[in-house]
Design a binder for this molecule. Sequence first.
Ligand code: FES
Length: 158
Amino acid sequence: MARINEFISHYPEGKKKSAMLPVLHAVQDAHDNWLSVPLMNKVAEILEVHPIEVYEVVTFYTMFNQHPRGKYTFEFCRTSCCSIRGGEDMLDYACNKLGIKEGETTEDGMFSVVGTECLGACGYGPMLQLGDFYHEHLTEEKFDALVEDCKQGKIKLD
Ligand code: FES
């Protein structure tokens, strides 16, 4: 709550809603990287908005998770620049390699694969985001190596 109140304090009286994004990030970070409906409802209560206003934000931005995700979530850009450089094929390759469909998590809870809109690294596609880091100019070999590094605990997420 101290962190949430700090975010809210950055905005004028009566404008708590303006703190929605940092508050949602903080809540998600503190709750296994996803936002349940009760959590979203609590955020609405704190920010003094209708729950639907929180749902709208959470469902719009792919950086907010509405379901539990794997420890390592590969977010593949599927927008035009990456797509024409094989982004969709890389996403399919990742799903096949991990034995899951897009949006799913492996049974051991280690890996998830999701597609996202442009991540602002259009000149370096195909690319994915893992935690706070980008992995660019992806190839199947690079993805294989990334998965191995994750399994060996070599990947820093933030
Ligand atoms: S199109 Fe992929 S990062 Fe912009």
